[in-house]
Every structure is written in C-alpha cells, then in structure tokens.
Write a protein that binds this ligand. Sequence first.
Ligand code: ADP
Ligand code: ZN
Length: 332
Amino acid sequence: MRPSCGYPASVLAIASAMVVSMRMPEDAHARAEGRLFGGIEGGGTKFVCVIGRGPGEIVAETRIPTTTPDATLAQTAEFFRAESARRGNLAAIGVGCFGPVDLREGSATQGFITTTPKAGWEHTDVAGRLRKDLGVPVAFDTDVNAAAIGEAQWGAAQGLDTFVYLTVGTGIGGGGLLGGQPMHGLVHPEMGHMLLPRDQSLDPFPGVCPFHGGCLEGLASGPALLARWGQPAESLPVDHPAWALEARYLALALVNLVCTLSPQRIVMGGGVMEQAHLFPLVRKEVVALLNGYIRAAEILDAVDAYIVPPGLGNRSGRLGALAMAERLAGSG
Ligand code: ADP
Ligand code: ZN
C-alpha cells in the first residue's frame, strides 16, 4: 500500500467504514475549509469525478467512460493523481457507486461491486483499489445514498434526517437517510424492485425486469417506457397516455415508501423525472391513494413541497460523493 497521508492502514480501514450522516456538523465544515476533496459518481455508463469543496467550489471535473474495471478505475485514479500533483493532496475521496455493492462493515468485500448485471464488473473492489492507488481515505456508498447525502447537505433535503431519494432513469433506485444515517441494512434498499399491485387485464405489459418482469423498475424505468410505447421517454408528448400510467406506478411505489419509512420528504431525480409535468400527476395520485390516512400536514396541505425534484439537479450524486469525503475527513 502506498503511504496514506500518515494514517496507518488500520485507522484508514476504520475511517473508511464510518458512515456519513445528514448535514455535516459545523465543526466538520470548518475543518473542511481550505482542503480539497474528491467525489466520484460511479455509473454504468460513466464515472463523473469532481474535486472541490461544494456546489460553488468545484475546481476540476471529468467524465470517464465505464468500460472495464481496470481501465475505468485506472483512468479515475490517474485523474485524481494528476490533479493532486497540481493542486495539493486531497483530504479524502467519496464514491457513490452503481451496484449492487457491499456496504457491510467488517465484510471482506466491503466497498466491492458484487453481483451486478453489468458485464465484467462482478466482484470488483472499487473502494479498496482507489484507496490503494491514491493513498487517501475513501468513503463508499450506493449511488442513490450519495445523491441523498448531496441533497441533505446542499439540496432539497437540508435539515431532514429521514427522507427518500428515488431516481427514475435507466434503472430505478432509491436510498436516503433514516434517523440521520444512510440506509444500509442487510444489503441495501432495492426500492426499484418493489412489487406493485396492478390489474394485468387492464395492463398486460409484462415489464422489462429480468428478475421480476413487472416490478417498479420493470414497469416505470426509461427502458420500460421505451419497450411499452415504442419510443424513448423523452420523445413522448406531454398528453400521451404513458404519463398517467407512469404517474400511477410511481405513486404506488411512493405510497409504499411513505407507509414503510415515514420519510419527511421524497426527492425524485433521474432522466424520466426531467418531465416536470410528472410531478403534479404523481403528487395527486399519492394523496388520492393515501386517502387521508397519514394525517401529516406536509402531505395533506403541502404535497408540492413533499414530493420534489432534486435541489442539485443532476449533480446530486457527484456532489454527494464530495460531501461523503468531507464528512469522512472531518470526522477524523
Ligand atoms: P442513468 O439512469 O443511465 O444514469 P438517466 O437518469 O438520464 O441516466 O436515465 C436515462 C433514462 O431516462 C433513459 O431511459 C431515457 O430514455 C430517460 N430519459 C432521459 N432524459 C429524459 C427526459 N428528458 N424525459 C424523459 N425520459 C428521459
Ligand atoms: Zn425487478
């Protein structure tokens, strides 16, 4: 292992296993001032890497195509190495990664991508390899938990300790904070694969999920919209019947989340949610489906502020990864 900013390996292992929680405390933020951090949004098509301190303080950014683990992780490390040589050492790096991933503390494969359908990426040690190549502490979480942490730190979930971040894109994924801690658990939540009630005589579309057919992702992801309607979601007109059905499925999922996790807010991002007209449709369906049972003013009187787009737009993931790095360094 390379020299690691003076930290012994045992401390690094403990530090990198520490979880990131909601907003960074003021003292950690103060300690972060003047230091540079790295953030990686590791996606199935590209790795977006940033260096900086926050949304208004990004000093370098790059996109690396997701090809093979060796090539992509080597290019990622090279970007951070070259930038550190010019700008000074990074205090820590955060990674929000596509998965499934292993987040279990103490697991021999913590920080790995595990059984992903993405060819060639099964059982890839992402966090360990970056830690070894770059010699800095690395915080690691799911892509959606990273996005949630970004939203908690600088976006639409500031001040909340229990909320959901759901992305509707090529896949559907959800994460968030529960009592201030990122949602982990047995593996980590797989909200995109929740099963929804539906009448298959009214909607015979089998769904596109290779595991479940018509789970949420199988019915409502971008590829599901393409398969069902024969055209990409971005080209479906606003008055197309696709959107009412889409809103219905998303709302069913959100109602399940409201009833199981009691989130203080739900942030919805991803390419499909670029269709801003979906938000009012989803909110209306959620209120109707709950049928007054959850007696919370946030839902009954202010649903427009309860189901919201990300405050950081499509930058939640990379900025959240940066926030994870700041938190890890600040807690040391
Ligand atoms: P990814 O999930 O791959 O990280 P996105 O969140 O952009 O990336 O999701 C891509 C999916 O979202 C595609 O299936 C695409 O058809 C759909 N999509 C992207 N942009 C839009 C848009 N403006 N309106 C509707 N669907 C979109
Ligand atoms: Zn599924």
